[in-house]
Every structure is written in C-alpha cells, then in structure tokens.
Design a protein around this ligand. Sequence first.
Ligand code: SF4
Length: 496
Amino acid sequence: MHLTSETFDQNARDALRDPVLHGALRNLADNFVERRRAAIASVDDWEGLREKARVIKEQTLCHLDRYLLQFVENAEKAGVKFHWARDGKEACGIVLNLLKKRGAKHVVKSKSMATEEIHLNAALEAEGIEPVETDLGEWIIQLAGETPSHIVVPAIHKTKAQIADLFVDKVGIEKTDDVDVLTRTARNILRQRFAEAEVGISGVNFGVAETGTIVILENEGNIRLTTGLPKTHIAVMGIEKIIPKFADLDVFLKLLPRSGTGQRLTAYQSIITGVKRNVTDEGPDEIHIVLMDNGRSRMLAHPVTRQSLACIRCGACLNACPVYQQVGGHAYGSVYPGPIGAVITPQLIGISKAKQLPYASSLCGACREVCPVKIDIPELLLHLRAEITDGTAGGAESNPQRKRKFTESLAFRMYGFAWSGPVSYGLGIKAARLMQKLVVRDGRIGKVSGFVAKLLPPLGAWTAWRDAPAVAERSFREQWRDGLGNNSQWSVVSGQ
Ligand code: SF4
C-alpha cells in the first residue's frame, strides 16, 4: 500500500505495531551508529571539518546562480549537454525525450534520490521503457514493488528472510539464506541488464563548478557500469549539488562516507569530466545533465529554509533519530524520510500535504549533532511549525490550526500577563491551583479534553500524549517566605 505524508500519525502507529520492521531497524544502531562513531574518530579535527563544509555550502548557496553558470560553462567545454527543468514533470519529460530520440527501450539506473523524488521510473514505465535499478538495495525494492525507506540503505526495512522469499518469488531460485548466493544471483542478472542497456541514468553527489566535473559515490561498482557502459549517460541533478572548487571534494569525501555508512571512503568514486576524448576510449559517447529546480529556488529564497539545500544526503540524521529508529522510513510517506525528510518534503510537495511531518520529531537535536554540514534541523522544523500555526502555510479552511488561533493567543496573552509581575504571578498561581482541581488526579494532570481543552489549547495538546505536573500546593516563594530561608542547608547555599 502506498503511504502518504498526510497520514504520518496513522502510518507511524501502524509501523510501531510491526515487530518484523523493528527487527530490521535494529541493524541501524549496530551497523551505522557505531561504525560512524569509529570512523569519525579517525579524523583529527572532525568539528573543524564540519564547519568547513557548512561554510562552503552556505557561501555556494548564497551565490548559486554564479556557480551554476560556471559549472555549466566548464562542463559544456568538455562536451556535456545541459537541460534545465523547472519541476519534476519537466525533468521526466526531458529524460523521456532523450530516450525516445535514441530509441532506447532498456535503461539501467544507479541509485538516485533526485530520480526517486520525481518518480522517474513510473514515468518511464508508462511509456513502455523498462528502467532497471542496479544498486542491490534499490533492485530489491524494485522487485518488491516498494519505495526506498532510507536515503542510503533503501531496503533497510527488509529482513534477510523477506529478501530470500522475494528472490524465490520474483527470480525463481531455490530458497536460501546464504547471502553470497543471493548477491551472486543479483549480480548475474544485473550484468545481463548492463550489457543490453542503451542508456544509463544516474544521480550526482557533487558538481564541481571550477572544472564542470560530476562526482558520484557508491560501494557496488554499479555506478561505474551505469555511467560507463551504455552509449548515453543521463545524470539528473538538483541545482543545489554544486560545490565551487575541486579541492572542496577533500572536505566532502571525508565527511559523507563517514557520516553515512561509517566508511573512511566509499569503495568507488566516479569523477566524470565530460565525454571520452578519443573514440577508442572507454565511456559513453554523450553525457546529458538535467539540472532540476523542483522547489529548490523557493527554499533558497529564505535564510532559514536555505539550509535544507546544504544536505549531502548522507542519512546520518535518519540513523540518529529516535522517531525514525522506531517507525522506519515508509511512515513518512515520502522518498525523503527521517528528520531531513520532515523538513524537505513539506517544502517540496506543499506544506498542506505534509502538515504532520514537522511534528514528527521530539526536537531532541540528535540530527543536528550528527549532520556533517551542520544543518539546524530543529530550527527548520520549528520554522515550518510556525508557518502552520500562523496559517501562512495554507488556506484557512484547510488549516484547522488557524481556527484555534484566537483561543490560543488569548491563552498565551493571559500566561504572559501572569508572568509579568509578582502580584499577577501570585494571583495567576492561585487561580491555576483553583482551576486545576477539575483535572488533577493523583498529583498529575492527565488527558485534558472538552471545555477545558478548548479554553486552554496548549494544555489539551500537551496532555493528549503525556501527563503534565500539577501546580504545587505551595510554591517555592511561599515556602521561602514561611521560613525555608532560615533552614541551615539553604543558608549555606545562599552564602556561597
Ligand atoms: S540533513 Fe545532514 S545528516 Fe541528514 S542527510 Fe542531510 S547531510 Fe546527512
């Protein structure tokens, strides 16, 4: 079943009841969190490296127009053809046209979040073109008819037993739990696909403005074959992937693999500058790059949302997130799950279609701590929440939060008044003590609903999921006034 971002709450509840999913997600902590910790210890100044990356990304995004033109100019000199796409539909149309002009029926693809974002596979299949995913995880997902649940490890939600069953069902081999047999089977099938493909489609990790180079990282060698074997290579690239200088790669090639998979370096780094120079050289005859906006200019326009474009898709924030660890990626109903998905998806598809995602976080800050480019994801989440509650993110009818605005602002005004001076504070506390008698049970305030929740929306929202402590029978000030200040223990403390 296809899950949507609009139903995150329900999706998450369903995921929490899935013991098989939890078993699969346990690999996250074992395989990635620990490995990342060990890998970053091998860098002398990890924090300095993160800061360098943040500065490079920030400066590039502030002058993105200039760097994009420089990238295009240098890549064109090396024989690359460029196509600009305003949105996903245009990007799919450009790729389809290129394939049709070449009469391509067989296409191999390497893992690419940009093509997932625009649902390129569905667009190609609708026109009778068979795109074959060649990353093992992506291929498994394609066989299962599912979408990826992780930016780096698309099939993380699947157990070994489920994959073995899938191979029996779709590939027709005897059931085995021998991973070597499963991977050998996949390799044999995919090698055949590489041999017959007319076009290879890839994403891009980095586009270097200074040289017009594209850089693609991987561990399986499938990107080498996708970009090198077919006669035509099409790369789909978000406009934010630009970095200014070749030397900047030194920073990002250290950060990305360590953050994502806990490796010091990915097994393959394909560094491609233009088409082959001589007919006898290896490589494609033509390279096309589809530069895609698809909502990125909108993100670029605001200083807070701009940081979303610094993401290098390492997946570390997913691995660190306590919400993702429990519910997995499909619950987010988007190709971008986890903390970064919770901020990118509403900006890509419109906040009215993903209103629950900015709330899919405890704001613990674990994502910010691990992000190699220091994106302040909690700040972005709060920014999006503010847009929702301010009603600037959609129409009044479509935004129930907006209808609450008057009572909510009244409650906060009363709260502000109560805290503005000692007399109003004392009166406010006394009033709260009186009113809470309606809702306090065993010294705690449990779920508040009905009239009281309407009168005090923040209390209703808070207690929908957790208890609130009751206002104490006697405040600290009252206890102090009644002689606590004369207690010898407190006298010592206050004398320090
Ligand atoms: S937000 Fe940061 S940690 Fe998350 S995927 Fe992007 S770069 Fe990695």
